[in-house]
Design a protein around this ligand. Structure first.
Ligand SMILES: [Zn+2]
Length: 70
């Protein structure tokens, strides 16, 4: 359903709940890693410049160990 790869273990076995909403979690079935939210995943598949920039900023912040969500 989602064409994604786990950034932790490299698995394509991605889990998302049925009838997922934007805020539902997308996780890896193999290692349980939280990958993104459904809304963010959809935005990645159909890139919108502003949303894309927001996601990249979140990912960058996460890499740097900063939590934007608090
Ligand atoms: Zn994984």
């Amino acid at each position: 359903m989602l064409d994604m790869t786990c950034h932790r273990c490299g698995s394509n076995n991605i889990h998302v709940v049925e009838d997922a909403m934007d805020w539902d979690e997308v996780t890896c079935r193999e290692c349980g890693e939280f990958l993104t939210t459904y809304g963010a995943a959809m935005a990645l598949m159909q890139p919108v410049p502003l949303a894309d920039a927001c996601i990249k900023t979140q990912q960058l912040a996460r890499c740097m160990g900063i939590s934007l969500a608090g």
